[in-house]
Design a protein around this ligand. Structure first.
Ligand SMILES: [Zn+2]
Length: 118
């Protein structure tokens, strides 16, 4: 059984919290790697991609972090527009891994940002 993590931060807003305000114009692909230092931090952004198709979905699920639903209306018709994953170099200590993502809800048009410190 997977133990789901609770977010350390959750923000439900009418404008993006982490994604760029003009994310829908700025990007011309659903999801691309926009930052990587090759060892720890990866950030993906884009116009929006279904959680199951997101490159980080597997890593997040293994850590108990589902990109599951809108924080406003609980709809699962969401698209991931921002995601960050900090991969530890060796055995992680508590507080070392940060997972974060932001989704746009197609149903109510709200943005939900969640950050997890594991
Ligand atoms: Zn919603």
């Amino acid at each position: 059984m997977t133990q789901w993590m609770l977010p350390s931060i959750e923000k439900v807003t009418k404008q993006p919290t982490k994604a760029a305000l003009d994310y829908y114009k700025r990007f011309n692909q659903p999801c691309i790697l926009t930052y990587s230092d090759n060892t720890i931090t990866s950030i993906f952004q884009g116009t929006g991609i279904a959680p199951l198709q997101h490159p980080l979905e597997r890593e997040f699920m293994m850590l108990g972090v589902p990109m599951s639903q809108c924080g406003h209306c609980l709809s699962r018709e969401i698209e991931v527009i921002y995601a960050r994953f900090d991969r530890p170099l060796e055995d992680a200590r508590p507080g070392e891994i940060i997972c974060a993502y932001e989704v746009f809800c197609e149903h109510c048009n709200y943005f939900t940002y969640r950050e997890y410190i594991l």
